[in-house]
Design a protein around this ligand. Structure first.
Ligand code: GLC
Length: 718
């Protein structure tokens, strides 16, 4: 290609573009998912040698990546290196908790750190680009992909999505390239995918642009402002037009309103699906409409590779449109330093990273512990050292479920299950009753031997929940309650011993009404990855005090869905004593467990709440937090605002800040938030910023259920 890499990115890319043929340009816009060729590598090699591919998805071995890269660099006319992409969502070799679990830690630093580790591991295996973070604000637990999200709140999704991008991409070097242990991030899925009607994956999405502008788009705006280097459009229909070819969304909003100028990639085969949606008459029209929307890379539909050249030659598409997309792709490759060093890693380097797994697992343990949410505790936890404890349940030793979805090269054998953690403890008072569940499934009763065991136990830890195969993409559920056989099990068990601690292992909020009456404690442990068992046992034993807070509301029943904390007032807000208010006649309005909720083994008192006006539209909000118990613990103090009026009506409350603090017994800490005009801004349906003067409530609490005494009314001025 004989272009000096000393040139600036702009000049280098322009020079290279000048040398490229139309075929070579089209090749750069084609991303090949290896599964479309059934892993047959001869296809890959032929595609590379003919310059028909710019990037691959799912090449996960450094030797293979470097082998293919060698062909691209040495056996093509210009030697343009390939990009290798992978869904590194919650770990590459070291499997971390699913993002929904991590979000319940409210620990932004740890959420960033797990992305840094994932990037280092993936980069060492030859991966350049991850399709993460998924920043779909998720309000519907029937949708299986809530497991990949950071929950129902827009502000939190933006904060944690930002932390992930910083972790994946790191800080750029002086000449604007990523360091070799970092990878390109991809904010996905743009936009509204999580609002699939009825929670059924890939289903229709029909949302007001006002709701999109204030709930689903802001996390993308923040990540674009902070330099995320790629975005993925979503599968779904959006207000009658597929997001993949939705001009209002991809041009008017993404390119013009958010000033996004980097690569936009489709989701898998989504381009071809615009024909299935009935928006494009045929594949050719899909390609034309996608180019008009500045979709730069076609993931695995092969339509760009098939039709782009002909459409340019017939003047249906201007070559300048192709050049713009190719420039963006080449810029990604430049920023990875691939033109200087196409082999960012080697087998030796990969081996060194594998040797760091032990160190990385310490981080996995730490964030797993902080992701666990104590939902109920009528005194059974923490376990006492003298307690005789039985451990039972189908997930007690289920390695695969701890991995959940998108587990990359995570090794099931490396998963510490709860059964293994218990065995490792070698506590003579601990008894593994794995077979109890299997016997029960077969006989719907317990053997006399099991009965006598269980009767003499002080406590029973029962692990319930959903399998990894029930969570993630294309795993929508209409029924969110624990399975019938698990319900039968806990009910039968409670006839023998009342002291039941339920540990939940799941990828979404579940309906727990069928089990709550039969247990005295509930620990929400999600699918935590490689250190699941150790983290859970540390929490059960009180080695670590639980500090997680829910980032998704748990409904009492599927009939309440969608249910989320930041709902609107309506003209008839619920009143217990008035029938014609917004309510059900067969269920209460409030959820089983609220957004922001989570218990501790200690108690925290919130007092001396103050909202001090410093000057026009500047306030200092403070509250004293005291650990009034006997155990050190962490608490998450949350700041909410409640607009009393708006150009558009506003939610009852909106999270605008949080602080996670650690307090020793009797320790007191003043937690301070600064509130200013920006805190109150929002958007109209065209993403123009709006600000309304007037009355607002400022609320602080340790969940979204706020005590009246921690609510103050302020007047915000023009
Ligand atoms: C999938 C997912 C997307 C993922 C892509 C590549 O269908 O929707 O999140 O990044 O395909 O695996």
């Amino acid at each position: 290609m004989n272009i000096s890499t000393e040139l600036t990115q702009e000049v280098f890319v322009t020079e290279l573009l000048k040398q490229m043929t139309l075929d070579e340009k089209v090749g750069q816009l084609n991303q090949v998912g290896t599964s479309i060729y059934g892993g047959k590598e001869e296809h890959y090699e032929q595609l590379i040698r003919s310059s028909s591919v710019g990037s691959f998805l799912s090449i996960k071995e450094i030797e293979k990546a470097n082998y293919l890269q060698h062909i691209a660099v040495n056996e093509t006319r210009l030697g343009i290196p390939l990009l290798f992409a992978e869904d590194v969502v919650h770990g590459f070799l070291t499997t971390f908790p699913i993002p929904l679990a991590e979000s319940c830690s409210w620990n932004t630093q740890l959420i960033k750190k797990t992305a840094e580790i994932a990037a280092e591991e993936a980069a060492s295996a030859g991966i350049h680009w991850t399709f993460a973070p998924m920043i779909d604000v998720s309000r519907n637990p029937r949708w299986g992909r809530v497991a990949e999200s950071f929950g129902e709140d827009t502000y939190l999704t933006a904060v944690f999505g930002s932390a992930k991008v910083k972790g994946f991409q790191g800080s750029l070097t002086g000449n604007g390239t990523l360091t070799e242990d970092h990878i390109i991030a991809c904010a996905k899925h743009f936009v509204g995918y999580s609002e699939a009607e009825a929670g059924r994956d890939y289903n229709t999405v029909d949302l007001s642009w006002y709701k999109l502008a204030n709930v689903y788009i802001p996390p993308f705006k923040r990540l674009v402002d902070e330099g995320v280097m790629s975005i993925m459009s979503s599968f779904n229909l959006l207000n009658g037009i597929p997001a993949t070819t939705n001009k209002k969304l991809l041009i008017d909003i993404l390119r013009k309103k958010l000033f996004y100028s980097e690569v936009l990639i489709s989701d898998w085969n989504a381009l071809k699906e615009t024909v299935v949606h009935g928006f494009c008459r045929d594949d050719k029209e899909a390609v034309k409409k996608a180019v008009a929307c500045q979709l730069d890379i076609d993931m695995s539909s092969l339509l760009y590779g098939t039709y782009l050249k002909g459409l340019v030659e017939s003047n249906s598409i201007k070559e300048a449109e192709i050049d713009r997309a190719v420039r963006r792709v080449l810029s990604l490759k430049w920023r990875l330093g691939l033109f200087d060093n196409p082999y960012r890693s080697s087998a030796e380097k990969y081996k060194k990273i594998v040797d760091k797994t032990k160190e990385f697992r310490r981080t996995a343990l730490e964030i797993s512990e902080e992701s666990i949410v104590l939902l109920k505790n009528d005194g059974l936890l923490p376990l006492k050292s003298t307690d005789k404890v039985g451990y039972a349940g189908i997930f007690l030793d289920d390695r695969q479920s701890m991995m959940d979805t998108w587990a990359c090269k995570g090794d099931e054998k490396q998963i510490v299950t709860l059964a293994q953690a218990v065995e490792n403890k070698q506590n003579k008072n601990y008894f593994l009753l794995q077979n109890a569940f299997r016997d029960f499934e077969r006989t719907q009763t317990f053997s006399e031997e099991t009965r006598s065991w269980v009767r003499h136990l002080d406590k029973v830890v029962l692990v319930l929940g959903e399998k990894a195969t029930e969570s993630g993409e294309a795993k929508s559920k209409a029924i969110l309650s624990i399975s019938k056989e698990q319900q039968n099990f806990i009910q039968a068990l409670s006839q023998i011993n009342q002291n039941i601690v339920v540990v939940l292992m799941n990828g979404r909020p579940l309906v727990l009404s069928a089990i709550i009456p039969y247990c005295k404690s509930i620990v929400e442990a999600w699918h935590l990855g490689c250190e699941a068992g150790s983290a859970i046992l540390n929490i059960l034993e009180g080695v670590v005090n639980p500090s997680g807070k829910l980032t998704m509301t748990f409904p009492r029943h599927e009939g309440q869905l969608p249910i989320y904390y930041n709902h609107y007032k309506t003209g008839r807000p619920y009143q217990a004593d008035k029938f014609n208010t917004s309510r059900y006649i067969d269920l209460p309005n409030d959820p089983e467990f609220s957004f922001g909720y989570g218990l501790s083994y200690t108690d925290f008192a919130l007092m001396n709440y103050e909202v001090k006006k410093l000057k026009k539209n500047q306030w200092e909000v403070s509250i004293d937090v005291v650990n009034t118990g006997e155990i050190e613990g962490k608490e998450v103090i949350q700041l909410y605002i409640g607009a009393q009026y708006g150009t558009y009506t506003r939610p009852m409350k909106e999270l605008k800040g949080f602080k996670k603090i650690n307090l020793k017994p009797n320790e007191k800490r003043k937690v301070v938030f600064n509130v200013n005009r920006d805190t109150f801004c929002y958007y109209d349906e065209n993403l123009n910023e709006l600000f309304d003067s007037g009355d607002y409530l400022i609320m602080v609490g340790n969940s979204s259920v706020i005590d009246e005494k921690n609510t103050k009314r302020i007047e915000v001025e023009d």
